[in-house]
Design a protein around this ligand. Structure first.
Ligand SMILES: C[S@@+](CC[C@H](N)C(=O)[O-])C[C@H]1O[C@@H](n2cnc3c(N)ncnc32)[C@H](O)[C@@H]1O
Length: 292
């Protein structure tokens, strides 16, 4: 989805209040109420509202939805403002998501082949199931971990319709060991848009990922620590604060790299945002050699 593609136009920061309700709120005179990410709020958002409702839709008699159908149902085709590097563009939300998966695929491919490809916090599999169908991802063992039972069930059903074998189970970034399913050592493990739901990650998060014996860990995540101090950077920071999103992934990984526990492989700031207020960065690492 590029500028000039059907319905896509470049916009400026000054256009945002006219296009995005959140920009109007955040640039207004009253500070918005912070949406605290308590465990209850996360369960309500995903177990009940998002993946719970999707599961009901998937279970409708006679329905055989694939991941594309689920995406159309979940994302809809409203106009949104997405960001591609420094550019802001208005276009369809569904097309912005498709472009996002292209961008994710291009960034994960350098970490393949591996013993497996594992997404943690995978939701209904919107990213993993789309990646699995792309060139370069064929034949790799797929696994997915997700916090909610409803998300795991949606992912299993969609994978079955797509004819994809995915080993899916529960995971929790805040629980000892993280995964409640087997992860093949030597896998490329990634997270995508799931870490924001843990406001403050602890050292145990990194230690538990290291203990899975990954070939690489790739976080494709909104990282408020990467936002600049220009008007757009400040608006993005205000959005992350109002939504109580994680704010320490980058500093935690830097701290562990400086201590010699992990080796940082790559860091790319704010490469794409299907929602321009929440651009995604990439931080990739491996356990440091010689550390158990
Ligand atoms: C915005 S969705 C992203 C889903 C998927 N990664 C994608 O990009 O389509 C965030 C996901 O993170 C999951 N999540 C929230 N807190 C989590 C935690 N503590 N451990 C693992 N997953 C979590 C939610 O259940 C939800 O499925």
């Amino acid at each position: 989805m590029t500028v000039g593609a059907e319905g896509v136009r470049e916009v400026t920061f000054d256009d945002l209040p006219g296009l995005l309700p959140w920009a109007r709120v955040l640039l207004g005179s009253e500070a918005p109420e912070v949406r605290r990410k308590t465990r209850e709020a996360i369960e309500r958002e995903f177990e009940r509202d998002k993946w719970g409702s999707l599961l009901k839709a998937l279970e409708a008699p006679g329905r055989r939805w694939g991941v594309g159908d689920a995406e159309r149902w979940f994302i809809g085709d409203e106009e949104t403002v997405f960001s591609a590097g420094d550019r802001l563009c208005a276009g369809s939300a569904l097309a912005a998501q498709a472009r996002f998966v292209d961008e994710v695929a291009a960034r994960l491919l350098p970490f393949l082949p591996a013993e497996g490809l594992v997404e943690l916090g995978a939701g209904y599999g919107g990213v993993l199931l789309n990646l699995a169908k792309r060139t370069g991802f064929e034949g790799i063992g797929l696994a997915a971990g997700e916090l909610t039972a409803a998300g795991v069930e949606c992912l299993r059903r969609l994978a079955a319709v797509e004819g994809l074998a995915v080993h899916a189970g529960r995971c929790d970034f805040t629980a000892p060991g993280i995964c409640r399913f087997e992860v093949a050592p030597g896998s490329a493990i990634y997270t995508c848009g799931a870490v924001p739901y843990v406001r403050e990650l602890t050292r145990a998060f990194v230690d538990d990922l290291r203990a899975l014996g990954p070939a690489a860990v790739v976080h494709i995540e909104p990282c408020p620590e990467h936002y600049g101090d220009d008007p757009l950077g400040r608006l993005r920071s205000a959005y992350a604060s109002a939504n109580d999103y994680n704010r320490n992934l980058v500093s935690l990984l830097h701290e562990r790299a400086e201590a010699g526990d992990i080796t940082l492989l790559r860091e790319e700031k704010c490469f794409f945002g299907p929602n321009c207020l929440l651009p995604f960065s990439l931080v990739a690492w491996v356990p440091a050699r010689g550390v158990s």
